[in-house]
Design a protein around this ligand. Structure first.
Ligand SMILES: NC(=O)c1ccc[n+]([C@@H]2O[C@H](COP(=O)([O-])OP(=O)(O)OC[C@H]3O[C@@H](n4cnc5c(N)ncnc54)[C@H](OP(=O)(O)O)[C@@H]3O)[C@@H](O)[C@H]2O)c1
Length: 248
C-alpha cells in the first residue's frame, strides 16, 4: 500500500524560501500543533515566509552546495522526531549566457539543483526507511524532458534530478515510503521574474494545489498543468534541426 499524506504532522522544506514550496504548505491541512522546518540560507526571509503558514515554524540553516553537511543536517532533523513529508525545492535558474561566461557558476548550479538533492535525499531515505513511512516530494521540471540551447545546464540538472528521483522511488517501493515527482512547466514567479511566460505557463499556487491533491492520492508523477505531459511527448518528437532553432 502506497503512503498517502492528508494531514502531515511534521514537514521538512529544503529551499525554505521557495514560492512553490510555500504554496504546497498552504494547500496542506495539518493537524493542530504540526511543525514545518524551513531549511535554507536566508533565515530572516524564511521566518517572514513562515508567518502565514498553518504550521508551527522552525528555521534551520541549510546550504544545498555544502554537500559534506547534509548527512549530519538530516540526522539532526530526524533526531528531534519522525518526519511525515520532505519537500526538496532548492533550486536556481541562471541565464545560460552568464553560465557560458562563468563555468564555475554553472558547476555551483549543478551542485544546488542536482548533487545537493542526491546527498540530502539519500540521507532522508535512510531515515524514512527506518520509520517505514513518509513521503518525499521532488521538484523536477518540464526542462528535464529535452535539453534546450537556451538553458541546457539547468535542463541537464533537472534531467539528472528526474532520473535520480525515479530510481529512488523504485528503490523505496515496498518500504512504506513514497516519492512524488513533480514536473511543472514555466511557473510565473520569483524564479522566472523578467522572463516572458512560456506556453501553458502556470502559477506556484496551481503547483501547490496539484501536489496537495497528489499527496492524498497514489500518483508517483504529477505534471502541472496536467496537459504538460502531452506537450512533453510532442516536444520529444520535434526533429533536432527544428528543436535547435527554438529561441528559448
Ligand atoms: N519557477 C519555475 O518556473 C519552476 C518550474 C519548474 C520547476 N521549478 C523548480 O521548483 C523548485 C522551486 O522553485 P520556485 O519557483 O519555488 O523558486 P524560488 O522561489 O526561487 O525557490 C528556490 C529556493 O531555492 C533556494 N536555494 C537556492 N540555492 C540554494 C542553496 N544553495 N541552498 C539552499 N537553498 C537554496 C532559494 O533560496 P535563496 O532565497 O536563499 O536563494 C529559494 O528558497 C526549484 O527546484 C525549481 O527549479 C521551478
Amino acid at each position: 500500500m502506497n503512503e498517502r499524506i492528508r494531514r502531515p504532522g511534521r514537514v521538512l522544506l529544503l529551499g525554505g524560501g521557495s514560492e512553490i514550496g510555500r504554496e504546497i504548505l498552504l494547500k496542506l491541512d495539518p493537524p493542530p500543533g504540526s511543525e514545518v522546518i524551513l531549511a535554507g540560507r536566508d533565515l530572516q526571509r524564511m521566518a517572514q515566509c513562515g508567518e502565514s503558514l498553518p504550521f508551527r515554524v522552525r528555521t534551520a540553516y541549510y546550504d544545498a552546495t555544502a554537500l559534506e553537511t547534509h548527512q549530519r543536517f538530516v540526522d539532526e532533523v530526524f533526531a528531534d522526531g519522525p518526519v511525515d513529508l520532505v519537500i526538496s525545492a532548492a533550486g536556481v535558474l541562471t541565464d545560460q549566457e552568464l553560465l557560458d561566461r562563468d563555468p564555475l557558476r554553472a558547476g555551483l548550479l549543478v551542485q544546488t539543483n542536482l548533487t545537493g538533492h542526491v546527498t540530502t535525499l539519500l540521507a532522508v531515505a535512510q531515515h524514512l526507511r527506518a520509520q517505514r513511512r513518509g513521503m518525499i516530494v521532488v521538484l523536477s521540471s518540464v526542462a528535464a524532458v529535452r535539453p534546450r540551447k537556451a538553458n541546457f545546464v539547468y535542463g541537464a540538472t533537472k534531467a539528472g534530478l528526474d532520473a535520480f528521483a525515479r530510481g529512488l522511488a523504485d528503490s523505496l517501493h515496498g518500504s512504506g515510503v513514497r516519492l512524488l515527482l513533480v514536473r511543472p512547466g514555466f511557473v510565473i514567479g520569483r524564479m522566472t521574474a523578467g522572463m516572458a511566460p512560456a506556453p501553458a505557463a502556470t502559477t506556484a499556487a496551481a503547483v501547490g494545489a496539484a501536489v496537495a491533491t497528489a499527496l492524498a492520492g497514489s500518483a508517483s508523477v504529477v505534471w502541472v498543468p496536467r496537459r504538460m505531459g502531452a506537450l512533453a511527448t510532442a516536444m520529444r518528437l520535434i526533429p533536432r534541426p527544428l528543436w535547435r532553432k527554438l529561441p528559448r
